[in-house]
Design a protein around this ligand. Structure first.
Ligand code: DNO
Length: 356
């Protein structure tokens, strides 16, 4: 595995490449071209410039999170072919620039969903949290407004204000899309892009729906092992794989995280590893990466990744806000650095125990 950190670019991230470079064992970043909109064909010079900026700090671009999917593709509108064509050209350029892992998601309207961005934990840190009853009683158009006061002034990916202003229009556009249609549209997209992935050895890593169930009545399909299997079998190609995000699949306590990892051997192309705390059915909050701070056994998760021979990029995921840091919720420096160090420690112990 390669330990990485997500980086939002020098224009908007409070965390610098220099700081990331100083986290022991972190050799790469996961980033994207932040001036592009879903559906745009990326510019090769811009990809080169991004790579050069990262390389100048002694790090490398280990993968892209995300090349976002235009709504026309997810909905299955006639204009999807043009957007798929653009996506293919983007993948081609990434491949030519030696970037071989692309994370994306296939969630309608909302990317990840949380009801609080700064819930206070017993130790005084603040974390992202989810309370089902709040979602059930909330008009989806007010979702963004209800949390926007807690973003610390950062635009959070997936929650861009321009997109949130269009919530009503987006709901209308998705009104005829059910799970079956979404699966069919995903299949159409994957079939179209696999040839370019084969040509340039690009691993596509679909991100799970977070939380791993339907919100606001919208269809959500990347939620559990049987649906992932269906996705992999409908376009059976080793480049059609997943981002194993413990914090997203783990929102549903029925998902056996280490068991899922083992079942996905060969198809886990990227790992987001973090812990969360289940309080009671329908309420969870994010926790420190340490097993003892939340509900997951982080050792078992790392051990499962080791056992399947995982060799892709991995990153600590949402961190708590600690030590008075002011940053994008979930994406400060301090707690993610602690997370990276802890995951590296688990990995070293697993590697050495297995070498004996
Ligand atoms: C949230 C992230 C997601 C993820 C996208 C991938 O913190 O994990 O926004 O990047 O779903 O496309």
């Amino acid at each position: 595995m390669e330990m990485t950190l997500r980086w939002y670019g020098s224009k908007s991230d409070s965390v610098t490449l220099r700081q990331i470079r100083q986290i022991p064992g972190v050799t790469g970043v996961i980033t994207t071209l932040y001036d592009t909109a879903p559906g745009d064909e990326w510019d090769r010079d811009a990809i080169r410039a991004m790579k050069a900026e990262v390389a100048a700090s002694g790090l490398r671009v280990a993968g892209i999170e995300s090349v976002n999917i235009h709504d026309a593709i997810k909905i299955g509108l006639p204009e999807r072919d043009q957007y798929i064509e653009n996506y293919i050209k983007t993948l081609e350029k990434l491949g030519q620039e030696d970037i071989h892992m692309v994370c994306y998601n296939f969630m309608p309207v909302f990317d990840w969903t949380r009801t609080e961005l700064a819930r206070v934990r017993p130790d005084g840190s603040t974390v992202l949290a989810y309370h089902q009853e709040t979602v059930d009683n909330l008009d989806p158009e007010k979702m963004f407004a209800s949390i926007s006061g807690d973003t610390n002034g950062y635009v959070m990916p997936g929650w861009e204000p321009e997109r949130m202003e269009r919530t009503k229009e987006l709901f209308d556009m998705y009104k005829d899309v059910d799970e079956e249609k979404l699966f069919a549209n995903l299949k159409y997209f994957l079939e179209a892009i696999m040839p370019v992935c084969d040509q340039y050895h690009i691993n596509m890593a679909i991100h799970p729906d977070d939380p791993a169930w339907s919100v606001f009545g919208l269809p959500r399909i990347i939620t559990n092992l049987s649906n992932i299997r269906r996705m992999m079998e409908m376009v059976d190609n080793p480049h059609n794989g997943v981002t194993f995000c413990s914090g997203s699949y783990g929102t549903n306590p029925d998902n056996d995280l280490p068991g899922m990892i083992r079942a996905l051997k060969g198809r886990v192309h990227f790992a987001h590893v973090r812990n969360l705390q289940h309080n009671y059915p329908g309420d969870f909050e994010e926790a420190a990466h340490l097993s003892a701070d939340g509900s997951f056994d982080m050792y078992e998760i790392m051990k499962a990744l080791y056992d399947i021979g995982f060799d892709g990029p991995i990153r600590p995921d949402h961190g708590r806000m600690i030590w008075d840091e002011v940053a994008m919720p979930g994406y400060g420096l301090y707690d993610r650095a602690l997370g990276a160090t802890y995951l590296n420690g688990l990995w070293e112990a697993i590697v050495k125990a297995n070498a004996r």
